[in-house]
Design a protein around this ligand. Structure first.
Ligand code: VGL
Ligand code: ZN
Length: 218
């Protein structure tokens, strides 16, 4: 065998797949390209076929969003600034509402997805998490939606591991869901040590780090 045997995870009707920000802006050639971001798409499509409940998220910023370095004279992308809610990384302009950058990846084939959560649409608040904006207060409504649908376990895939995937998984725990991140169905940005920090924060929050092969159906 040469491999550690691990019990497979069986999915039920109480499981939902959250597909985070698989949008052109985060793919190679996009303005905030995540290295290898395109490589996960076939696996994400295959995983989604095993879930009854699938939610997609879309980063969806106004053109003058305050997470954009272009809105802060003299600042460059990947620098940080203080916002009223805390430290904010400044990004290249990306995923502007209605733009090609904001469109879901053309190769993403999940027609059965039931909900698309658009986030980051308030100019002054970023929103990495699909549950709660960066001020830690403003909710998107996703927790209520999932609870009303009887969901108890969420599986998170997509882009980027160290920002929107991690914040979504950690907030899922705060909302009382079991949370799993499927590592090989994610890719990270990794700026200033963000990827290692994200995994440490996820572990501390009780997020389970798994691979697609750990699912019984994969
Ligand atoms: C994301 C940075 C800025 C993400 C979104 O999807 O991880 N990262 N906006
Ligand atoms: Zn963004």
């Amino acid at each position: 065998m040469g491999q550690t045997m691990r019990n497979k995870i069986t999915l039920g009707g109480d499981s939902a797949l959250l597909v985070v920000d698989i949008q052109n802006g985060f793919l190679p050639g996009g303005s905030l390209a995540v290295p290898g971001g395109d490589e996960i798409i076939p696996l994400v499509n295959a995983l989604a076929r095993g879930f009854e409940n699938v939610v997609l998220t879309q980063d969806w910023h106004p053109a003058d969003h305050l997470s954009f370095a272009s809105q802060h004279p003299g600042r460059q992308p990947f620098e940080t600034v203080q916002m009223p809610y805390g430290e904010q990384v400044l990004w290249p302009d990306h995923c502007v509402q209605g733009s090609e950058s904001a469109a879901l990846a053309a190769d993403l084939a999940i027609p059965q997805a039931q909900l698309v959560i658009r986030k980051g649409w308030r100019r002054a608040i970023d929103s990495y998490s699909a549950f709660r904006e960066a001020d830690g207060q403003t909710v998107t409504g996703l927790a209520g939606y999932l609870k009303q649908r009887g969901i108890a376990r969420v599986f998170v895939v997509g882009l980027a591991t160290d920002f929107c995937v991690a914040w979504t998984a950690i907030d899922a725990r705060k909302e009382g869901f079991e949370a799993y991140v499927i590592e090989d169905a994610c890719r990270g940005i990794d700026t200033a040590g963000s990827l290692a920090k994200a995994w440490a924060d996820m572990e501390a929050a009780g997020v389970q780090r798994i691979m697609a092969a750990d699912l019984a159906q994969a």
